[in-house]
Design a protein around this ligand. Sequence first.
Ligand code: HEC
Ligand code: HEC
Ligand code: HEC
Length: 454
Amino acid sequence: MKHSSDTNLFVLLVVMLMVAMSGCILRPHGPMDFAGGTRVVLADYQGSDPTGTPPGVAGADLVARGEYLARAADCIGCHTTSRGKPFAGGQAFKLPVGTLYSTNITPDKETGIGEWTDDEFVKAMHEGIDRNGTRLYPAFPYSAYTLLTRNDVLAIKAYLFSLKPVHDRPPENDMSFPFNQRYLMWFWNVLYNPAQRFQPNIDRAPAWNRGAYVVEALGHCGECHTPRTLLQGLDAGKKFGGTMIDGWKAYNMTPDRQSGIGAWSDDELAEYLSSGHADGRSTAAGPMGLVLNNSLRFLTRDDIQAMVAYLRTAPPIHDKTDLAIAQKRPSTTPSGVRTRSPHRLAGNDEDLGLRVFEGACASCHDWDGSGAQSPYAALIGNRTVNDPTGINLTQVILHGASLQSQQGDMFMPAFGTRYSDAEIAAVVNYVTGRFGASASTVTPDQVAKRRKEK
Ligand code: HEC
Ligand code: HEC
Ligand code: HEC
């Protein structure tokens, strides 16, 4: 490899870190700083304890409490491959600087964490340092879990240790120099790991404080919804402003009425967060569908409502390029429908889009987007069909979607192997034109690139 350019990169990185540190080190950078008010350590807080498990679960034994917390923190989502055993690790994280694999966190003594003491486990969760003293990469969201109380971390450990050990070693990491130098994470931690337990805000309601704990310490929602800085830390100034994750857009979820979810009612947001769907607003797919399936659907109603109370207070972020969501319900017939796309690119052929929709989509989504099959398939008012980039729409057509909910299991098949790039581009542009604010101009080349992403 070109070693000198790697060395230059290394020097550049260190210099950048120094500069960044001199500017940031004195600035508070906790995830709840935006809210102002006075925060106190948990022991001095007079209100009801915002940490731990909700009342129904609180009386249960340690393992049951740990299970609730592990679900709220979605450990399974990253520590399981699509074909592997739960918590056995091996899931690949493709970073710009190489590939990292999640570890086996079952209690297997050799390949898992069976030999870890309480203190070792707490250190990994709070400081991102493993039992050999090695620094862990922040793809493991310990900068969120650092807010968890020691009791909650140990409840999670008790739950993991109650599982059957799985003997399975994840593949070796493949990270390029200098990013394979784990000690560099020391700098990163100074900048981006608050390394502090959750501190309740005495100027906010108890529900807000509980919501902050569930969203920040457990749910680590910002890991996907907050844009990152050059050094891959969460950009506090753009909190929840929306960003790309695994080729999907994790939408802006600030209270901005146009770019975010400010127009949603509290009930709609609670409905979405517990069931993955809110009528006239959205249905969760892709990475968010997994968050619903693995995590959010298990939370109590009170915890969901607490999250809503907290999310409502984030500073709104407006992006001028976002269009207002159209609550459009076209006619129930295919006739007379034409997208008015400015470019007539190959694969942007209206008739082709209409034909694919007729053959592949209309039976479940209906011509008026009302969702013939179930309200989950309603497209009206949905961000994905209103997004002129067509990104998540392309993904959901390529990969399909599934949700496990109290209303039963929802399923949309993947069309990636059945349709060509041109056909998929055409149906994306047709659907955004028919149901959204403005037709997208996705090209077959863009679809081809999306296919290669994962
Ligand atoms: C967003 C993905 C993600 C989530 C969520 C996640 N982890 Fe991890 N975790 C990782 C990755 C990736 C690594 C490997 C980091 C490295 O090698 O530097 C890791 C490493 C670890 C380690 C270190 C193990 C070792 O052998 O060094 C522990 C312990 C751990 N995770 C526990 C948990 C627990 C408990 C939860 C839930 C509370 C959790 N993780 C949630 C991605 C995740
Ligand atoms: C693994 C990444 C990831 C995590 C973690 C995550 N989200 Fe999402 N979220 C997404 C993606 C991607 C979408 C877009 C989903 C789609 O197209 O259906 C989304 C969509 C949403 C939406 C719908 C926005 C809209 O306009 O339709 C809300 C609300 C939301 N997420 C809230 C949350 C909350 C609250 C949490 C924490 C509990 C969270 N998300 C955690 C990736 C994530
Ligand atoms: C077998 C029924 C079925 C077919 C066929 C089908 N869908 Fe879906 N679709 C669903 C269901 C059910 C959901 C909600 C499930 C979910 O999101 O997990 C959904 C979700 C969606 C969403 C919302 C995703 C989001 O991120 O907000 C869009 C957009 C969509 N489908 C478009 C299409 C298009 C375009 C086609 C044709 C290429 C199609 N669907 C074919 C059943 C179907």
